[in-house]
Design a binder for this molecule. Sequence first.
Ligand code: NAD
Length: 338
Amino acid sequence: MFSRIARPAAHGLIRGLSTTAQANARVAVLGASGGIGQPLSLLLKNSPLISNLALYDIAHTPGVAADLSHIETRAKVTGYLGAEQLPESLKGADVVVIPAGVPRKPGMTRDDLFNTNASIVATLTEACAKHCPEAMICIIANPVNSTIPITSEVFKKHGVYNPNRIFGVTTLDIVRANTFVAELKGLDPARVNVPVIGGHAGKTIIPLISQSTPKVEFPQDQLAVLIGRIQEAGTEVVKAKAGAGSATLSMAYAGARFVFSLLDAMNGKEGVIECSFVRSEETESPYFSTPLLLGKNGIEKNLGLGKLTAYEEKLISEAMAELKGSIKKGEEFIKNRK
Ligand SMILES: NC(=O)c1ccc[n+]([C@@H]2O[C@H](COP(=O)([O-])OP(=O)(O)OC[C@H]3O[C@@H](n4cnc5c(N)ncnc54)[C@H](O)[C@@H]3O)[C@@H](O)[C@H]2O)c1
């Protein structure tokens, strides 16, 4: 049996580490020239799991692709520029990762990005629904609590919806939780696993410290500070970057970790588990992040909430109104879109 929150091997983050037999995935990155897109593409190019890397953006992809193509790994890199090249970039894609869209500036919430990013994500996922309806779709663009319902509604509109293949990438919340817990307890962060459930914005980010492996305990006041830091860690970076954007390098790492886990599972590796914001029946919210067992066809099994403390239950119930509001906003956006 797999451990419920087994830490995935970060295949491809170190060259030549993969042990998987089949390694011929075609991965498309939409928004590949951006602050996240470039380092994410670099990490993907370094992976032996990927044979073709398609880089799409509305700017700079010829340069980014030429640069990455000189790296001595086998993934063939191709750049695609502008809307007319979008369909070609998606042909045959097994996995599509979408970091396209504007990032936060100090003082902004993720929801403040809605007006710009909702239409970017809708346009890009409409192209995915037409040109690679079977691909795994991994959405990084914020607000994730709305961009996943948007993606789902777009796929429904095109009659190709498969909820097991649409993922909101929340991995950075898990990465941060692991790091902060390890710092406080003097542990090796690579050995810490903290499931983070709920959504990907402020108080909808719910770290389950009680389910951490190894098991850790904190007095209630310290626990509240730790959870608050994990929830506001994105804002910590936005403030430190002082107008130059939000997390890009740690997000690229987290995005690559999620893609490698997905590719491992698609290649038949067993026991691959990641948290992700997906269609869900685990709570009253129609979308919710929980640990998921991944397989050849995406989500194989939702592993649910596990055993919660009363405090964690309270955090979930306090997040519900915001979560459901953001989901509805995304769904309404597609209903009203011409
Ligand atoms: N899920 C998470 O945990 C997480 C973490 C950090 C950032 N983000 C989000 O990721 C997104 C990207 O952040 P960034 O820092 O890379 O931003 P950025 O501005 O540096 O890059 C965005 C890229 O998207 C491209 N783009 C814009 N419109 C496009 C379109 N229609 N088609 C294709 N490409 C398009 C831009 O040209 C640019 O290259 C933001 O929405 C940000 O909020 C998510």
